[in-house]
Design a protein around this ligand. Structure first.
Ligand SMILES: *[C@@H]1O[C@H](CO)[C@@H](O)[C@H](O)[C@H]1NC(C)=O
Ligand SMILES: *[C@@H]1O[C@H](CO)[C@@H](O)[C@H](O)[C@H]1NC(C)=O
Length: 394
């Protein structure tokens, strides 16, 4: 194990410094051919990646890891090459997002949201050595999340609501599955689906190193889980189907969300709106607490709707910001032709700089804020009720 630890220290040196010089390149290539217990990752495997404005290129897993370490975002389209090619799904309606009007339903739920569950859940979720999508601990963290969702459902959903809820694993070939929770809508003539998403996997810049992923995206994962808890505890029976997704392999080039979006499109599922929550905890010292609303590569009218929701229901204002091409799972839905949006903890510039390192921890700084996360749970609750509607409970 001595050579391994030397290698790891070399690599941590590499990832802590800019990745340009040829000696550093060499260090990365030293890793080639090594095997890592607990990981199912072949660094020589070929992957097809799509970067902004370029034709897709074949690269090795190792080269893909290096691209990410250099801060370049991409879709890994190896298994989803036709996601955008057959154009838009034929949506039955061109949905117009209304001004928020369900305050009587939403506001009482917001009062019931709590920081206790998110604290406990995130402590546990960030305690796995890594939630890397090709690691054994990434499978374990997924199993834990599924059992937690199942427990919350059993504890908080009424009998009639439980009959409408389905928990499923969307299986992927790499091991860690995407989790989908569906609350069936009551409508018989409106097949619209509302999706609230976050990604469950984490990564270190060098994927074999520890990756607690407290903010990225443990925070979004537990923020939407608390929204789900609050909704079902309030006996939310939607008119339209509302789904919560915890994607696998966002860090591998949006692999999980592309697979799900591809499946939905191939079945012509009528997704009306998808909202991604990726990093919801960090309030940089000396900055105003705000919700970052991403305006690039998102749907403009759904983004406007999100601004209205923040104004109507949150205790903090929004700020418009950008995060670039393929920066989180909303991008997969957009590529599949569905309206999607993305909110983040702050402006992109003020977001947590500890991500993709062993320091993405709850306890790294008092800038990591559970009250801030709670605002995002509110946003998710409002999004679900405003767009999902509320049918009379039976
Ligand atoms: C809100 O407005 C939409 C669009 O006009 C409408 O379909 C919905 O029933 C309204 N909801 C409430 C609670 O008034
Ligand atoms: C939800 O609705 C779908 C489509 O109608 C149906 O196939 C499924 O069985 C329903 N699930 C639950 C849990 O009611």
């Amino acid at each position: 194990m001595k050579s391994l630890s030397i290698l790891l220290s070399l690599i941590s040196f590499v990832v802590a410094t800019p990745l340009s010089s040829s000696s550093q390149e060499q260090l990365f290539f030293n890793a080639d051919g090594a095997t890592y217990p607990g990981f199912n990752l072949d660094l020589t495997a070929l992957r097809l990646v799509e970067m902004e404005g370029q034709a897709p290129v074949w690269v090795t897993e190792l080269e893909k890891i290096k691209l990410k370490a250099e801060g370049i975002n991409f879709f890994d389209i190896t298994e989803a090459q036709d996601l955008s090619s057959s154009a838009r799904v034929s949506l039955k309606t061109n949905y117009v997002f209304h001004a928020p009007n369900a305050t009587e339903r939403v506001k009482p739920i917001l009062k019931t949201l709590s920081m206790e569950g998110p604290k406990e859940n995130l402590k546990k979720f960030s305690s796995f050595r890594t939630r890397y999508y090709r690691s054994d601990t990434g499978k374990e963290s997924q199993a834990w999340l599924l059992s937690k969702i199942s427990q919350i459902t059993a504890e908080h959903a009424s009998k009639s609501l439980r009959r409408l809820i389905a928990l499923t694993e969307f299986t992927h070939p790499w091991g860690q599955n995407t989790i989908i929770v569906r609350i069936n809508g009551s409508s018989t003539d409106d097949d619209g689906v509302i999706i609230i998403g976050a990604h469950q996997d984490s990564t270190n810049m060098w994927p074999f190193l520890p990756a607690p992923g407290a903010d990225d995206d443990g925070s979004g994962s537990v923020s939407i889980l608390e929204a789900y808890r609050g909704l079902i505890a309030a006996d939310f029976h939607p008119v339209r189907t509302v789904e919560f997704h915890w994607y696998s392999a966002e860090e591998g080039g949006l692999l999980g969300s592309q697979a799900v979006a591809k499946d939905y499109r191939s079945r012509s599922v009528n997704v009306i709106a998808m909202s991604q929550f990726d990093m919801t905890a960090w309030v940089k010292r000396g900055t105003r607490e705000e919700v970052g609303i991403i305006t690039d590569f998102t749907d403009p009218s759904l983004t406007k709707f999100n601004m209205d929701i923040v104004d109507t229901y949150l205790d903090i204002p929004y700020v418009l910001t950008k995060c670039g091409y393929a920066c989180s799972d909303h991008a997969s839905w957009r590529k599949a032709g569905y309206p999607s949006v993305f909110t983040i903890e702050s402006t992109f510039e003020n977001s947590n700089k500890h991500i993709h390192s062993a320091n993405d921890r709850i306890d790294i700084s008092d800038e990591f804020s559970f009250p801030h996360m709670l605002e995002f749970s509110k946003l998710a609750v409002a999004f679900a009720v405003e767009l999902g509607g509320w049918s009379k409970t039976d």
